[in-house]
Design a binder for this molecule. Structure first.
Ligand SMILES: [Zn+2]
Length: 301
């Protein structure tokens, strides 16, 4: 648990799961207790809270960024600690959070995981303001990753902090995404001119240069990904550009998966083989991303 600025903390994703979200805690120092942004899948972060002298029962408000289980699965456990806890989500994603996900889908994506859905106490809309003690959050609707993805903008001591959830995530149809909305939302975030983005998985990203590289990289990444997965899977040039960009952004696991796929459809390309060597120097883990997605698309057709 790390203090980003005074009274605002980030907690890393749980190591118990392959995918889990970053969590953010705001100590309102008021009757509103602690505000939590995205609980993730497990409440094992309570240990870290207690080490810092906080009581998990004081989490009175939980702001959810979007309807992907790795961001809200632990909500029902929070409720066991404080039955009066209030949950907030955008009106377009709230319905999905309130329903239990299909068993097969959970098994496929989060093997061995189970949860119970919770009722959303307040369905929020774009530009709505939530006030907890001296902290005022403006809800910014950022569709694209999911239809009701929302970020929470906090301005405090002349600092603009944006809790963006997976505004930097994928924009694939198959996960409820939409590439046009996604690109508009990234522009919207860029125009907010924030000082810190608290990303849904990567923790807090600070310096301005880093922020603009982050947004530019994400734009390109999702454009390329959309082309090769959803429009033109045999486009070798875009596959190569995607792999190179992913490598340059430090996503070595994904870069390896893309590169392996590229070599299957175009085995003798010297550039790709050279890139593969560079990627392997970083000892990436072997993940299966591209093929399962193609399988999903073919099942859905
Ligand atoms: Zn997500």
């Amino acid at each position: 648990m790390k203090e980003i600025v005074k009274d605002i903390y980030s907690i890393k994703p749980s190591e118990k799961a392959v995918y889990d979200s970053s969590k953010y805690i705001i100590d309102t120092k008021s009757d509103n207790g602690l505000v939590l942004i995205d609980p993730g899948l497990y409440v094992d972060f309570f240990l870290e809270l207690e080490e810092k002298g906080f009581d998990p029962k004081d989490i009175k408000h939980c702001l959810i960024t979007h309807a992907h289980l790795d961001h809200y699965g632990a909500c029902y456990e929070l409720k066991r600690f404080n039955k009066d806890i209030q949950f907030y989500a955008h009106e377009l994603d709230a319905g999905q959070i309130e329903q239990k996900l299909d068993h097969e889908l959970i098994k496929e994506t989060f093997p061995g995981y189970d949860y119970e859905p919770v009722k959303i106490s307040r369905r929020i809309k774009d530009k709505e303001i939530l006030t907890f003690g001296q902290f005022k959050f403006t809800c910014i609707h950022t569709p694209g990753h999911t239809p009701g993805a929302v970020g929470y903008l906090l301005e405090i001591n002349k600092l603009k902090i944006f809790f963006g959830g997976d505004v930097g995530g994928l924009a694939l149809n198959i996960f409820g995404g939409n590439i046009d909305d996604y690109l508009n939302s990234l522009q919207k975030v860029k125009d907010l001119n924030v000082d810190i983005i608290c990303d849904g998985h990567e923790g807090a990203i600070k310096p301005v240069k880093e922020l603009s590289d982050y947004i530019q990289g994400l734009k390109k990444f999702n454009k390329f990904l959309h082309i090769v997965l959803e429009e033109d899977p045999s486009n070798i040039k875009v596959w190569y550009d995607l792999t190179l960009l992913t490598y340059e952004m430090g996503g070595y696991d994904y870069a390896l998966d893309f590169c392996n796929y590229l070599l299957e459809i175009d085995p003798n390309n010297a550039d790709t083989n050279r890139l593969l060597k560079k990627i392997k120097k970083h000892n990436p883990s072997k993940i299966e991303f591209v093929k399962p997605i193609f399988e999903k698309y073919s099942k859905n057709q």
